[in-house]
Write a protein that binds this ligand. Structure first.
Ligand code: MEV
Length: 430
């Protein structure tokens, strides 16, 4: 069910139970859904035991909700599973800032995955390439006969491509790509089955030996893209004009695009927004990470996955494009009960929609990071989070907590002793 309005102010000030009650109401969760989430026992050991080998238990992580997102004119609440503080808050903050200007717009290239077969020991690699292309129709027919369900739903093998890799450590290798529309699945099973079962036929056609038969995680035919445009005044920040912030974000991006040591951190910040949703929905975050960083090198150099520009009206324009091989059927997306609930909270209908939501959150996360880096730096925000922990440790009563946190951050003195002193001061002043 689509949420009517993802704008929730002050969610962080509420208790966990109150937050969950809000989400329950907005999304239409059942009592058993909410108790599964709240109990911290979202995945039973018996189910985990069927998911991987040698299970000894389950390993919980914080499950949060990023608010305020508008993507393609629709409101979304975003489930995020992540251990790092600031991630959920930063994504929500930027989503709030952008929603008045239309939020994020996205697009998707389609659910096409690549299955690879690497053929070695071929005497005539270029001849083999043409033989394979000549047998295109048979290869596609054979591949499609292996997955009648996928074909009946409108998916299946669509095309073949053949590359000749010269001068490798294994001589000349012929790389056959089988391009498969996997629809709402991540696609590994369908594609790997086809690649494995077609290998014999490929050997017959090429007179070579098929060495490897597996999908490529460089899913560059399955990219999702997001774009955001905000006027500079939206970025007005204490001590910095909106124009200065736009200039700072653009410059920060230019540095990230030039220096791989910085690019890595910059792209990591983007993945801070992406991985938590990939994890929350039971998808393969290693596949997404591998695809993202490989895609960032597609011009021959490791570069920023985002771009940040200033348009003629002085507005900030951000884009993000990367492979997004995520599914909403099969694997852990189906077996992990919290993955199912994450999809319910998101209210996405297709893998295509999920992919686009994920990329929009990645863009939001990068915008938040560059805004902070080009203004006050990250430490102030971190200090605030640290201060929140300290007030809990110091037993500061909740009515005094906000004031004590603000004082500690202002004086950059965040300690348990100091929190106790300030609490006494607050009590005396009442
Ligand atoms: C920290 O997890 C992410 C950042 O380092 C990203 C960046 O530097 O752009 C803040």
């Amino acid at each position: 069910m689509a949420v009517k309005n993802s704008r929730i102010s002050g969610l962080y000030n509420k208790s966990v139970a109150e937050r969950l009650a809000i989400v329950e109401e907005m999304v239409g969760l059942s009592k058993s859904d909410t108790s599964r989430i709240f109990s911290g026992q979202g995945l039973q050991t018996t189910i985990a035991d069927r998911m991987i080998e040698n299970v000894i238990g389950v390993y919980p992580l914080p499950f949060g909700i990023a608010t305020n997102f508008v993507i393609n004119g629709r409101d979304y609440l975003i489930p995020m599973v992540v251990e790092e503080p600031s991630v959920v808050a930063a994504a929500s903050f930027m989503a709030k800032l952008t929603r008045d200007y239309g939020g994020f717009e996205t697009s998707y290239s389609g659910s096409l995955m690549i299955g690879q077969m690497h053929v070695v020991d071929v005497g005539d690699p270029y001849g083999a390439r043409l033989s394979l292309l000549q047998h295109r129709d048979e290869l596609l027919t054979q591949a499609n006969a292996l997955d009648k369900t996928l074909v009946s739903l409108g998916g299946g093998a669509r095309e073949i491509e053949v590359r000749v890799l010269e001068g490798t450590k294994n001589g000349t290798i012929v790389a056959l790509h089988l391009i498969v529309d996997v629809l709402d699945a991540m696609g590994a099973n369908a594609v790997n089955t086809m690649a494995e079962r077609l290998a014999g036929e490929v050997e017959r056609i090429t007179n070579g030996r098929v060495l490897l038969r597996i999908l490529s995680n460089l899913a560059d035919l399955r990219v999702a893209r997001a774009r955001v445009v905000v006027p500079s005044q939206a970025l007005d920040t204490e001590g910095y004009s909106g124009d200065a912030v736009v200039a700072g974000i653009v410059e920060a991006y230019q540095v990230a695009d030039a220096d791989p040591y910085r690019t890595t951190t910059h792209n990591k910040g983007i993945m801070n927004g992406i991985d938590p949703i990939v994890v929350a929905t039971g998808n393969d975050w290693r596949a997404i990470e591998a695809g993202a960083h490989a895609y960032a090198t597609r011009t021959g150099r490791y570069r920023s996955l985002t771009t940040w520009e200033r348009d003629q009206q002085g507005r900030l324009v951000g884009t993000l494009e990367l492979p997004m091989a995520v599914g909403i059927v099969g694997g852990a997306t189906k077996t992990h009960p919290l993955a199912q609930l994450s999809l319910k909270i998101l209210g996405v209908e297709t893998a295509a929609e999920l992919a686009q939501v994920i990329v929009a959150v990645g863009l939001s996360q990068n915008m938040a990071a560059l805004r902070v880096l080009s203004t006050e730096g990250v430490q102030r925000g971190h200090m605030e989070l640290h201060a929140r922990n300290i007030v809990i440790q110091a037993g500061v009563p909740s009515v005094a907590a906000d004031w004590v946190i603000a004082e500690m951050v202002k004086t950059r003195d965040v300690r348990v002793d100091r929190a106790k002193e300030l609490t006494n001061q607050w009590e005396r002043s009442r």
